[in-house]
Unconditional design. Structure first.
Length: 202
């Protein structure tokens, strides 16, 4: 389930350029109408053929969470955060950055959730779409008890793989103990929201 929010900070917009030398389509004439008629006939034959010759089922969609479990991230204090080691218990993953105001505002909310729900088996990971020094300085001012991993600009692509099609921040994903995504939230989240979702997840 995805929960959009207007507080999300969007990525930089790229200008849209028109293709050079592109000309408008010519008006439809008799030749064009003839081609359309042939196309309709072919489409009709194709439908009939599909009824007579069943097509194989499309392959199952890849698990979006698979993009997460194979990752390793450097920790700001040193060492590595290995995501595969977190499987088997419910998990909150939050994509954030020091330059993102709603991300900064929600960090104490995430930390409160971590303190209250870690005894119940919950884990929290903050993935910083940022550089090392700003993150270290921020964590000195606003220390948190949960794990922080340095994902850098690649975090936007990882977030998209997990369902953040806008590529904005903050973005939060809740995963059940079986590793499946059960909630997504684009924009600032709160302790109350996280606690409400966690109550229904094992």
């Amino acid at each position: 389930m995805t929960h959009p929010d207007h507080d999300a900070v969007p990525p930089k917009q790229r200008p849209v350029h028109e293709a050079a030398g592109e000309s408008p389509a010519p008006p439809a004439g008799r030749h064009h109408l003839l081609l359309v008629g042939v196309g309709v006939a072919a489409a009709t034959a194709g439908v009939a053929g599909s009824l007579l010759w069943p097509r194989p089922a499309p392959p199952a969609a890849e698990d979006p969470a698979a993009a997460l479990w194979g990752q390793r991230f450097d920790r700001p204090e040193g060492g590595q955060l290995v995501m595969a080691e977190l499987r088997g218990r419910p998990l909150v993953v939050n994509f954030w950055a020091t330059w993102c105001p709603p991300c900064v505002r929600e960090m104490p909310e995430l930390d409160r959730f971590h303190r209250e729900f870690s005894p119940r088996g919950w884990q929290v990971v903050g993935l910083a779409v940022d550089t090392l020094e700003p993150v270290r300085e921020f964590l000195q001012r606003v220390p948190v008890g949960f794990e922080i991993g340095m994902v850098g600009p690649a975090g936007l692509e990882l977030g998209r793989a997990l369902g953040n099609t806008a590529g904005a921040l903050p973005f939060t994903v809740l995963l059940a103990s079986d590793g499946q995504i059960v909630h997504r939230k684009l924009g600032e989240t709160t302790h109350a929201q996280l606690a409400g979702w966690a109550a229904d997840i094992r």
